[in-house]
Design a binder for this molecule. Sequence first.
Ligand code: RP5
Length: 183
Amino acid sequence: EASRRVEQQLAAGGGGGGAGGGPSVGIIMGSDSDLPTMKAAAEVLEEFGVECEVTVVSAHRTPERMFEYARSAHQRGIRAIIAGAGGAAHLPGMVAAMTPLPVIGVPVKPAGAHLDGVDALLSIVQMPRGVPVATVAIGNAANAGLLAVRILATADPALQQRMLDYQQGMTQTVLGKAARLEE
Ligand code: RP5
């Protein structure tokens, strides 16, 4: 459904989005085969009440669509882009080249991959000076979601409080485990 909304918005030439008017975060991936990895980012955003759009944009198979998505995202109200890809993972870097938005890259390890996702990691992380991609660990789309929340939270005190609560929750979980171990 989120993907259908993206199609409609792209077709309509943008508008709306962000700050209660639509999704603030765009989650894109090179193939629907990346979804089992990338859905963790959407789940984190949902947990924090941040609306996102999710769709497939392939740097190699749909290059025109990639241009269109990257050039229009900020005009449609998107404030951060999470881009995942495996193999020769050019999507995050190419999108970063065409948008002023922060881009978070997720190296995906495709099923049956020969190089364990290291190829995607290096493709995404080794950006030239001037075109940054904030790269998370191989397969760690949840951290991409959390980083997007932190970016949006710099201008949203309520969201920042939810992040502080989340961090406090992690601390309590670990302390609880430590206490049980020490019993
Ligand atoms: C990449 O190639 C995609 O991001 C995916 O990780 C990988 C394999 O894609 P499919 O052949 O499964 O569509 O571009």
